[in-house]
Design a protein around this ligand. Structure first.
Ligand code: AMP
Length: 396
């Protein structure tokens, strides 16, 4: 396998799949440029070597049509400011303009092509469209971990145009290395912390992790389904009644494998799903009718923190409560702090999946985590044990 460090890009034109899918406000202003910053090391290495880079990405969901508000032009301009070099732009990702600008690129230059998803062929994984993209460069770099679970033209099929000349960018490699570190041969004990709203969206993750970890903390809304499955009373909390048997079988599998399972013993409850609701604290298996558990309680925080501080490796996916509302964010803040403390003590920690990443960033703790993943859906599928098409296409 080629690597970013060993490959000399001098004289090469790299076709780089990146994730410039940045959030924007109603006026097209970029509200969070984390994704653009995350790909800078890869681009800098290419241009420093004396190569040139053609960046391809999607932005939003234009569904195969040109939608001007989803143009990558403003993102390309912002990227130029971050890089400190002018970034060229082509108004389409295939066709004459893209071809002309790509072939005129000089060493050290960067070209961004317009939103791939303006063409339906991108998501369809169309072979001709992939070939047209492939003709623009002579080496393929995939640095878009957030799109690695999609078998699209630019993430997967295009790699066929580069036999022996394809590699992962720094960001993608760091994502892969960190999951492999957790699921491969982790420093024990391996603790998985899973939270978020629903069991249904994380069932495959839970089932895979229960076969690998030494301890499992289940928090967030999904904990209620487990508590109810054990005979607890959860009032009006979020529960998936059709998954009670499934929850029981996860608990049984954990017991058979002698995995420590930690469910919240207490909860912050509210009389409505509202930041200004009346709140109280009660045992998590005795939530009064009409009340709902919206965060883990102080006893749970204390226990979960102690468990985290004993771990050699921690994987965290999903918040402990409705952290978007202030009265219910203490559990998630405390968990984020405990994971940061465990990192300080030498544990390898990986926070993956949209909302827990947002929480770690919001509480200013990202710098104290081993690896904060950029890919929500991709990370979930990787944790389920799936082979991601974007990874397989480069390794093939
Ligand atoms: P997920 O996308 O599955 O990781 O879920 C994240 C969402 O779960 C966040 O929007 C949280 O507000 C929500 N959540 C966490 N805890 C609870 C809870 N106890 N009840 C309802 N929703 C929750």
């Amino acid at each position: 396998m080629l690597t970013m460090d060993s490959f000399d890009f001098k004289g090469h034109t790299a076709l780089v799949r990146v994730d410039l899918n940045v959030p924007q406000d109603g006026n097209g202003r970029i509200t969070d440029d984390t994704r653009a910053r995350a790909i800078l090391p890869t681009i800098r290495k290419i241009i420093r070597d004396g190569g040139s880079a053609i960046l391809i990405s999607h932005l939003g969901r234009p569904k195969g049509k040109v939608v001007p508000s989803m143009s990558l032009r403003p993102v390309a301009e912002h990227l130029g400011e971050l890089l400190g070099v002018p970034v060229l732009f082509a108004t389409d990702c295939v066709g004459d303009d893209a071809r002309a600008k790509a072939s005129a690129l000089k060493p050290g230059e960067v070209l961004v092509l317009e939103n791939l998803r303006f063409h339906p062929e991108e998501e369809a994984g169309d072979a001709d469209f992939s070939r047209s993209l492939g003709e623009l460069g002579d080496v393929y770099v995939n640095d878009a971990f957030g799109s690695a679970h999609r078998a699209h033209a630019s993430t997967t099929v295009v790699a066929r145009s580069f036999p022996g000349n394809k590699l992962f960018g720094y960001l993608m490699q760091a994502e892969i290395d960190s999951v492999d570190k957790v699921l491969g041969d982790p420093k024990r004990p391996l603790l998985a912390i899973v939270g978020g709203s629903k069991v249904s969206s994380k069932l495959a993750v839970l089932e895979n992790l229960v076969g690998k970890c030494d301890a499992l903390i289940i928090g967030g809304g999904m904990a209620n389904t487990f508590i109810k499955a054990k005979g607890g009373h959860v009032g009006s909390s979020l529960v998936e009644d059709d998954l009670l048997d499934t929850a029981r079988s996860v608990l049984e599998k954990a017991a058979t494998r002698q995995i420590e399972i930690h469910l919240p013993m207490d909860a912050v409850v509210a009389d409505s799903f509202n930041a200004s609701a009346n709140t109280d604290i009660c045992a998590s298996d005795r939530v009064p009718d009409g009340w709902m558990a919206l965060d883990i309680g102080p006893e749970s925080v204390k226990t979960f923190r102690e468990v985290a501080l004993k771990a050699g490796t921690i994987l965290w996916n999903g918040p402990m409560g409705v952290f978007e509302m202030k009265p219910f964010q203490q559990g998630t803040i405390a968990m984020a702090q405990a994971v940061a403390e465990a990192t300080d003590k030498g544990a390898f920690t990986l926070v993956g999946g949209g909302d827990s990443v947002a929480a770690v960033n919001q509480f200013g703790l990202a710098d104290r985590i081993g690896h904060v993943s950029t890919g929500g859906g991709a990370m979930l599928e990787y944790l389920e044990g799936k082979v991601l098409p974007g990874i397989a296409a480069v390794r093939e």
